[in-house]
Design a protein around this ligand. Structure first.
Ligand code: PLP
Length: 438
């Protein structure tokens, strides 16, 4: 294996650093559905990179938009100055969003999008004279990135335990996975809408006057693909509205065609107050995130400051970075021209059937799917949680297919350009690995 450098200085994120550096995996280039490794292998990408390259890799239109932009305007300060593409992109993104959304606040990542959304929620209540609403509610097994806000409302113990008390006052509702009531469910479970009543329970415990917002992923992806029960999101919306609590959908993964629609909010027909995005907005090619916000929230916050004053003390050096805006505009063109959201929707039944072929394979305890997302849950080895999932990932990589494991759950989320034979190939490799693996 060609080693470009000493490997010891790069502290890799969410990586088994020592194991990786003993047997590294280098990606060198990419095209369409495939990565190419430094040892010359073509790897079929069943994870869209990290849930982000929805239009496949190195799309020529996106590549040339970034190149062209880099040669014209490399950087523009976003505080008290702007460039045109930032406004064009904002118009296009808000036009795609559910009715009532008129604003987007840009960040550089999903984590920052989440922290931005939480701050907007706190600011909104404060300017309306409800400054006692400071409590943020998350959900067990939620993943909202790695900022202190996102980690606090997040519900994955491994991501939280090292970092002290996190934000004060945060509470969590229960997650929605109930395997004792059913496994191998295709699509949305029929049971579990009542779990949304946990929000009412927290209102009864803390009082609505202390609660600013609740944040959930419409589908909890990073924790292992938990599909919302039928009626659950509607009920959450209802309870939040009843008590004046803002509902934030974290759509960092579920937006931009992953579930066959611009947003999961659109697909599920449930409209939150703030939607966070990242990943697919630029097809992963340049970092970008954002919080889409309903008009009345923006109006309340900007209206609270006299004209000429800065209304919201928040922002990033790289908010609406010109390269990110160029990448995003080109990405939206590609999604539209190739009808990729519709394509994702039309592939969904086939994807689901192909995934469920693994039902009787060794080690498989559950399969879940929605949109072009799939999860294979494996039985944990005794005393070694995560070991089987990690081995599954390594073995698939050896067989030239990229999957992602979180513990013993394997998540699949291919680019929306995937072909039928490639779906078939992913499941065949998965099936072979399950047979071979102890
Ligand atoms: N929110 C959700 C739902 C995510 O899935 C992720 C990343 O996977 C994030 C936030 C964090 O995004 P980033 O890694 O860009 O900070």
């Amino acid at each position: 294996m060609k080693r470009p450098n000493d490997l010891s200085n790069y502290w890799m994120p969410f990586t088994a650093n020592r194991a990786f550096k003993e047997a590294p995996r280098f990606l060198e280039s990419a095209d369409g559905m495939y990565y190419r490794t430094s040892d010359g292998r073509q790897i079929l990408d069943a994870t869209s990179g990290l849930w982000c390259c929805n239009a496949g890799h190195n799309n020529p239109r996106i590549v040339s938009a970034i190149q062209e932009q880099a040669g014209r305007l490399d950087y523009a300060p976003p505080f008290q100055l702007a460039h045109e593409a930032a406004f064009e992109l904002s118009s296009r993104l808000t036009a795609m969003a559910p009715a009532g959304f008129s604003q987007i606040f840009y960040s550089n990542s999903g984590s920052e999008a989440v922290d931005t959304a939480l701050k907007i929620a706190l600011g909104y209540h404060r300017v309306r004279g409800e400054g006692s609403r400071t409590r943020l509610i998350g959900r067990e097994r939620g993943y909202h990135g790695v900022g202190f806000g996102g980690t606090s409302v997040g519900g994955i113990v491994g991501n939280r335990k090292m970092f002290g008390h996190l934000l004060a006052g945060v509470d969590h509702i229960r997650h929605t996975y109930q395997p004792t009531l059913g496994r191998f469910i295709k699509g949305m479970p029929e049971h579990g809408a009542d779990l949304a009543d946990d929000l009412q329970r927290l209102v009864d415990l803390h009082d609505a006057s202390t609660i600013a917002a609740i944040i959930v992923e419409p589908i909890a992806c990073s924790t292992g693909v938990l599909i919302p029960p039928q009626g659950y999101l509607e009920r959450l919306r209802e309870i939040a509205t009843k008590h004046g609590i803002l509902l934030i959908f974290d759509e960092v993964i579920t937006a931009f065609g992953r579930v066959g629609a611009p947003f999961a909010s659109t697909r599920f027909g449930v409209t939150p107050d703030i939607i966070t995005i990242a990943k697919g907005v630029t097809n992963g090619a340049v970092p970008m995130g954002g919080a889409l916000v309903r008009s009345e929230i923006y109006e309340a916050i900007v209206g609270a400051t006299a004209k000429g004053g800065i209304e919201f003390a928040h922002g990033y050096t790289y908010s609406a970075h010109p390269l990110a805006c160029a990448a995003a505009l080109a990405t939206l063109d590609v999604y539209e021209e190739h009808k990729l959201f519709e394509r994702s929707r039309s592939l969904e039944p086939l994807w689901q059937e192909a995934l469920h072929r693994l039902r009787d394979k060794r080690h498989v305890t559950d399969l879940r799917s929605f949109g072009l997302i799939g999860a294979i849950e494996l039985e944990s080895r005794e005393g070694k949680p995560g070991a089987r999932g990690y081995e599954f990932f390594l073995r698939c990589f050896e067989k030239n297919v990229l999957v992602r494991n979180t513990g013993d759950i394997v998540a699949l989320s291919p680019p929306l350009i995937i072909e039928e034979e490639q779906i078939d190939h992913i499941m065949t490799v998965a099936s072979d690995v399950l047979e071979e693996m102890a």
